[in-house]
Design a binder for this molecule. Structure first.
Ligand SMILES: Nc1ncnc2c1ncn2[C@@H]1O[C@H](COP(=O)(O)OP(=O)(O)OP(=O)(O)O)[C@@H](O)[C@H]1O
Ligand SMILES: [Mg+2]
Length: 634
């Protein structure tokens, strides 16, 4: 089984990254458990009630078997005419029952019948109490679980909103998503099932034990002898199965990851005829999962029988010795049958707890992954006295040097000056650093060398919210949300009226195609506007930015997917819009940037030429090459 998920020689696309945490070794379970429990802390009162309900339902179950003892003895007395040996507690229970029924003559049948009916009634009442408390317990537990999981999810999501762009740039979407789904689910399962079983199991164990001792201590000793066998055996199996369980989860992750990638990339798979390869790679991962699942399920499934058989042995020994004690007159018939019952009951919670182990392990792993996200360093806090002066739109970059990672500088010593209302264009080859400059303007990334000033104030001295309110952007990657066309445009300014939305759409030349959609502005877009063309998606993104009143506008390849005629339309529309705004335009199509006040030619993170269209052409440098196509782009 050398080819682990993502580890084999035939790695699928992105193979390695789906394998979750090497062997899912837990880092600090104590801390994780503590933190998980902190989510339950606001339900203290309810938890106390749950405990109370658990105790009540356990005690009622035990009481019923305990009451059985005097009842059987009474019946035995009736049948055999011989008084049974009874302990003080049993006598007490007997007295209670007799109080209810009144004194009865063992020899009289009808009185015996009344006795039995009363006993059944008493049992029914006790059981009813047990059922009610059981019901309350699971109701309360649901409230506690769902409430705390809701909070966990909210915390995780709001933490995500606070994370810097850097985090999303460096973590695959599926990876982040799985923390919301698989990992949170695991935690939920544990709180709802495992925690309840664990606590009620412990209560049952303690209760049974107490009742056992009061019934007969000699027989209790037998059970005590078997406890370490249960504990050690159960623990060992749980350990083995949990190991396989986590590798099963890892394999499952790999299969899910591969499926997800192949589904989302289905078109590429088909274009390059990779269907057969995909099937083969999938079946390798699938086979690996089957092997691991087999092991996990095998060890998981032998736990029950092994525990069961051990308890059968304990049961047999108890009955044997109990029988001897009874013959010796040291144990009543009732006590023996009740004890046999206890002995069975005693193994049940042990089984239950040991079976919960794997759930608990995977929940801990899940919780750890959730908390790992929560512990990520958020965006640095905004400065305290952030400037809120209205922004006019004068933008200055002074000797800006920047790299996404320290080892690799992407922008080198960039300086530029944009007057309010000017149109500045960036051109240059792919990867030259054009988008990177705009990422710095609105503080997606903070710089450490050089300065970026807006209206003379360093961007670090604005709050990010304020800054982004003042910089409207059409990003290079378009994105539309699930919702209507209107909602998607309104994303640019939430208080915009319907008229303003239509006006913005007209500016962006989007109005005519929107009107041709089935429901016009109320057409619902799904999964990133899959029902639109690439160019139409861009137009909606432009409309969204056009709606904003921001004094600074950034258009990153905004019109790369629309035809030149539409582009010219947009340009006309935007001219009006851009009048009082400082605009940064990035475009590969150089016709777009011709009328810019200044054009910056970027190469390898440096501005190698600058000037307006005509002067750049005169220079006969890089821009001239790009524009006239004298030299092909490298
Ligand atoms: N999130 C990121 N993390 C690390 N490196 C990045 C990241 N984004 C971009 N880069 C690198 O920075 C360099 C500049 O990228 P940038 O996106 O600014 O190029 P661009 O000029 O906008 O190119 P294009 O015309 O293709 O859009 C590239 O070499 C790229 O590999
Ligand atoms: Mg770019």
């Amino acid at each position: 089984m050398g080819r682990g998920p993502g580890g084999g020689p035939r790695r699928g696309p992105g193979g390695g990254r789906h394998a979750p945490m090497g062997g899912s070794k837990l880092k600090d379970s104590k801390k994780t458990i503590k933190r998980m429990l902190s989510y339950l802390s606001e339900y203290k009162l309810r938890i106390v009630l749950v405990l109370l309900c658990m105790i009540i339902s356990t005690v009622t179950a035990l009481c019923c078997s305990y009451l059985l003892n005097p009842v059987i003895n009474k019946l035995a007395l009736y049948v055999t005419g011989k008084e049974q040996e009874m302990s003080a507690m049993e006598r007490f229970a007997d007295n209670v029952l007799t109080k209810i029924t009144g004194p009865i003559n063992a020899a009289i049948k009808s009185e015996m019948l009344t006795y039995i009916i009363v006993v059944v009634g008493v049992f029914a009442v006790i059981y009813l109490v047990g059922i009610i408390s059981n019901y309350l317990q699971s109701r309360l537990m649901l409230v506690i679980t769902q409430g705390s999981i809701e909070k966990l999810r909210n915390d995780l999501f709001s933490k995500l909103q606070k994370l810097p762009v850097r985090y999303f740039d460096s973590h695959p979407t599926g990876e982040v998503m799985s923390r919301f789904t698989n990992d949170v689910d695991n935690v939920e399962m544990m709180i709802n099932n495992s925690l309840t079983s664990l606590i009620s199991g412990l209560i049952t164990l303690t209760g049974t034990f107490v009742f056992m001792i009061t019934t007969n201590w000699v027989l209790t000793l037998i059970t005590i002898v078997f406890i370490p066998i249960f504990a050690l055996g159960g623990g060992a199996i749980a350990k083995i199965s949990s190991k396989y369980y986590s590798s099963q989860q890892a394999a499952l992750g790999a299969v899910n990851g591969y499926t997800e990638e192949t589904v989302t990339g289905q078109k590429v798979v088909k274009v390059f005829n990779h269907e057969q390869t995909a099937v083969e790679e999938f079946s390798l991962l699938n086979q690996d999962m089957r092997e691991k699942q087999f092991k996990a399920q095998f060890w998981g499934s032998i736990m029950g029988p092994i525990m069961g058989n051990t308890s059968h042995i304990s049961y047999g020994v108890t009955i044997g010795i109990g029988g001897i004690l009874m013959v010796a007159g040291k144990l009543s018939v009732g006590a023996l049958s009740v004890f046999a019952n206890y002995s069975k009951q005693f193994s049940m919670p042990i089984n239950m707890i040991s079976q919960q182990m794997s759930t608990i392990f995977s929940a801990l792993a899940g919780a750890e992954r959730v908390f790992e996200v929560m512990d990520q360093v958020p965006e640095t806090p905004d400065v305290v006295n952030a400037s809120t002066l209205p922004i006019n739109g004068e933008v200055v970059l002074k000797n800006v040097t920047f790299g996404y990672i320290p080892e690799k500088t992407v922008l080198k010593n960039i300086s530029l000056y944009a007057h309010q209302g000017q149109k500045i264009a960036f051109v240059g080859s792919t990867g030259a650093g054009k988008t990177t400059i705009t990422n710095l303007l609105n503080r997606f990334y903070d710089i450490s060398e050089g300065e970026i000033l807006i209206d003379g104030i360093n961007v670090k001295n604005y709050s990010r919210d304020f800054l982004r309110q003042n910089i409207a952007m059409v990003l290079q990657d378009t994105h539309l949300f699930t919702g209507t066309v209107k909602d998607n445009i309104r994303y640019g300014r939430l208080d915009a009226t319907d008229e303003e939305i239509v006006a913005a759409a007209k500016t962006a030349s989007a109005h005519s195609f929107i009107m041709r959609l089935e429901n016009g502005y109320d057409t619902v877009l799904e999964s990133d506007g899959a029902n639109l063309s690439q160019g139409q998606r861009q137009l909606l993104n432009i409309a969204r930015a056009a709606l904003s009143n921001a004094p600074i506008l950034v258009l990153d390849e905004a019109t790369s997917s629309v035809d030149t005629r539409t582009e010219r339309h947009i340009e006309h529309g935007m001219d009006r819009l851009m009048k009082n705004r400082t605009t940064f335009v990035i475009a590969h199509r150089l016709s777009t940037v011709r009328n810019a006040n200044a054009i910056m030619v970027l190469e390898n993170g440096e501005i190698i030429e600058r000037g307006d269209h005509d002067s750049l052409l005169e220079q006969k440098g890089r821009y001239y090459e790009l524009y006239t196509g004298v030299k092909e782009l490298d």
